[in-house]
Design a protein around this ligand. Structure first.
Ligand SMILES: Nc1ncnc2c1ncn2[C@@H]1O[C@H](COP(=O)(O)OP(=O)(O)OP(=O)(O)O)[C@@H](O)[C@H]1O
Ligand SMILES: [Mg+2]
Length: 257
């Protein structure tokens, strides 16, 4: 469902992705962990083409991301329409959920499908009701963001991304800005999505969650993947000292949730 092949990206002289390759099969959950600045967000942003990349290729559901033509050859940027289409296939949720403050929860969920996917108001509303139910907010549809907790707002943001009927979902530290007691309700939503068979890449520092939910764990270090495998294997038998050192720093999270 997602193929990342030899992707490299630099900001000026700073190479932040170094020949990254991996793929994500349909229904698979891949969790990315790694120290701050190792390139996790940049990779997710490349998959949704919020960032350009200089080398390599990314495919989502068989379609090339960002560029027409082969890497190395005569590569040029896709049309804005194709890029917009791509972004409907890969839903993304960030740490800061950025709901529209003057719109209710359900209006936030309905907007994208109506504006971008040209769904009718009725169709968009019916789907939004279903999705708000799925994230446990059926009774909050008419609340404004300011009337919702951080965890509830983040779940609205997840429903909003799902409303675009994406093929894959990309989550970038969606619990990092939340008070600790609100983290579990958002992680539960991610677990539910995984159980529904959604294909996902999740960047998180929640190690226990990573162990429980990931089919594959990738450990990023300075722009490269230096551990890759089922989480039990990586946690029990890490190939690198760096991963062990990293995990020790998050021991406090390991016993949560
Ligand atoms: N827009 C930008 N311009 C220049 N450098 C950038 C830009 N965005 C990111 N970087 C650099 O790219 C590197 C990777 O950043 P990235 O945000 O991908 O890391 P991360 O693994 O997501 O870190 P964190 O865990 O703190 O979110 C860092 O060195 C960062 O300073
Ligand atoms: Mg990041």
């Amino acid at each position: 469902m997602i193929e990342v092949k030899d992707v490299s990206k630099s900001f000026g002289n700073n190479q932040v992705l170094k020949n990254i390759s991996f793929d994500v099969k349909e229904g698979e959950v891949v969790v990315l962990v790694g120290p701050s600045g190792s390139g996790k967000s940049t990779l997710l942003r490349c998959i949704n083409f919020l960032e350009e990349f200089q080398a390599g290729q990314i495919l989502v559901d068989g379609e090339g991301v960002g560029y027409v033509g082969s890497a190395g050859g005569s590569r040029r940027r896709q049309s804005e329409a194709d890029i917009a289409h791509l972004r409907t296939k890969a839903g993304m949720v960030f740490q800061n959920y950025n709901l529209f403050p003057h719109k209710t929860a359900i209006e936030n969920v309905m907007m994208g499908p109506m504006l971008v996917n040209k769904e009718s108001k009725e169709e968009a509303r019916a789907h939004a009701v279903k999705l708000l139910g799925k994230v446990g907010l059926a009774d909050k549809a008419d609340h404004f963001p300011s009337q919702l907790s951080g965890g509830q707002q983040q779940r609205v943001a997840i429903a909003r991304a799902l409303a675009m009927r994406p093929k894959v979902m990309l989550f970038d530290e969606v619990t990092s800005a939340l008070d600790p007691e609100l983290v579990d309700e958002v992680l539960k939503t991610l677990r539910d999505l995984s159980n529904d068979g959604m294909t996902m890449i999740i960047v998180t520092h929640e190690m226990q969650f990573a162990r429980d939910v990931a089919d594959r764990l990738l450990f990023f270090y300075q722009g490269a993947i230096i551990e890759d495998g089922p989480p039990a294997e990586v946690f029990e038998n890490p190939k690198t000292e760096r991963f062990q050192t990293f995990v020790k720093r998050f021991q406090s999270n390991v016993h949560r949730g």
